[in-house]
Ligand binder design. Structure first.
Ligand code: ADP
Length: 365
């Protein structure tokens, strides 16, 4: 570029030297030699001063700003340290950093929006596909019946049962989808309370015992827990989490047993569900909590799985500021676990309330 720091300094230095010499030449006793020295000195001093100022303080920083903008255009955000723009006195440096930070933030927002858009599209496609399967199946059975199969008593019952099963699957799917979206948009508030998780575990086991027996499996607590273990959580949602985890354990276990257990450590209790089932390959462990992800699609659908059970578990536990962990070995089994904060028993809560009351009474007195 023609207008660089050297040219600008040169032009200004010539002007300053000319003005200084012209001014000095007005003084009668100054000799030509002195005028020449003054011209050279003022030229050299001005040139150096301006050159250094422009080169190091202005042009260099403006050049950096151009570089930043150019790289941003190419979506390269890896070239500058995004330090705090407030810790430098140089306003051009500050502008440069502000531009960089602004660019990085905008780029991140755009990336997030793109990712969300892809996610939304994939989710829509997944939901349509999942809804289509049971609807098509039920439709097929009903139409076959209407086309004449209804007259055959044996076929009639068989097809009606199959249509009913497809509609049941559809019902579970819609129910799970609604639960998931309600949790996500925060429509379902968590109602934290103090309750005995051992008792909840017994209730879940009682509810699923039939299914366990039908598959010839065993289910129970891994140890005897004679005393209650109080936790502070949403009892209804944790019940749902256990139902989902144990239902999965039943679905994906063909022989052996399912154990539910607790480990109390400090102010937390770790709840775990262990099975001796088919296990999950290591590469799928991170993905099983995604909606509609299934390790073995046909097996999950045959057993009535919606592909949303673990996504619901994950969301409920995240709403409790905790998360679900899983350890699994293929053909050996899996352990799903999560932690909850220890709660108070009814007696402890009553005692605390009494103490607070006494404190209030003392204050009033
Ligand atoms: P699904 O309705 O298909 O069971 P989930 O979200 O509950 O959906 O589970 C996602 C996938 O994780 C399942 O399809 C299955 O492949 C795998 N999975 C979940 N729990 C277990 C388990 N206890 N043992 C083996 N695989 C499991």
């Amino acid at each position: 570029m023609f207008l660089n720091s050297r040219v600008v300094a040169l032009v200004l230095a010539v002007v300053v030297a000319a003005v200084t010499t012209a001014f000095l030449s007005l003084v009668p006793e100054v000799s030509d030699q002195a005028l020449l020295v003054a011209a050279l000195l003022s030229f050299a001093a001005t040139y150096l001063l301006l050159y250094i100022t422009f080169e190091f303080l202005v042009f260099k920083e403006i050049g950096e700003i151009y570089k930043v903008l150019n790289k941003m255009r190419k979506k390269d955000f890896s070239f500058i340290d995004a330090g705090d723009s407030s810790n430098t006195n140089n306003p051009l440096k500050r502008i440069n950093r502000e531009i960089y930070n602004y660019g990085v933030n905008r780029n991140k927002e755009i990336e997030d929006l793109r990712r969300l858009e892809v996610f939304r599209r994939e989710f829509l496609a997944d939901v349509s596909h999942e809804l289509k399967t049971p609807v098509f199946a039920a439709q097929g059975f009903v139409h076959t019946l209407l086309d004449g199969a209804v007259d055959d008593k044996k076929v009639r019952m068989k097809f009606l049962k199959r249509a009913a099963k497809s509609l049941d699957n559809l019902d579970s799917l819609i129910h799970d989808l609604l639960t998931l979206s309600q949790i996500e948009i925060g429509e379902i508030k968590m109602h934290l309370e103090h309750f005995d998780i051992v008792r909840t575990a017994h209730e879940v086991i009682d509810q699923l015992e039939n299914k366990v027996e039908k598959k010839g499996l065993e289910i129970g607590l891994d140890n005897e827990y004679p005393d209650p273990i109080f936790v502070h959580a949403d009892a209804e949602r944790i019940y749902r989490v256990l139902i989902n985890l144990i239902s999965n354990a039943i679905k994906y276990t063909h022989k052996g047993r399912i154990d539910l257990g607790f480990e109390v450590k400090g102010n937390e209790v770790r709840v775990f569900v262990r099975d001796t089932g088919v296990g999950i390959p290591t590469e799928d462990l991170d993905r099983i909590f995604e909606r509609f992800f299934r390790v073995d699609k046909s097996r999950s659908k045959d057993s009535g799985g919606t592909g949303l059970g673990l996504a619901i578990v994950k969301h409920i536990l995240e709403a409790h500021d905790t998360h679900v962990g899983v350890v699994s070995t293929v053909n050996k089994g899996s352990v799903f676990s999560f932690k909850l904060p220890i709660g108070q028993s009814t007696e402890e809560m009553e005692e605390e309330a009494n103490q607070e009351l006494e404190l209030l009474e003392v204050k009033d007195a």
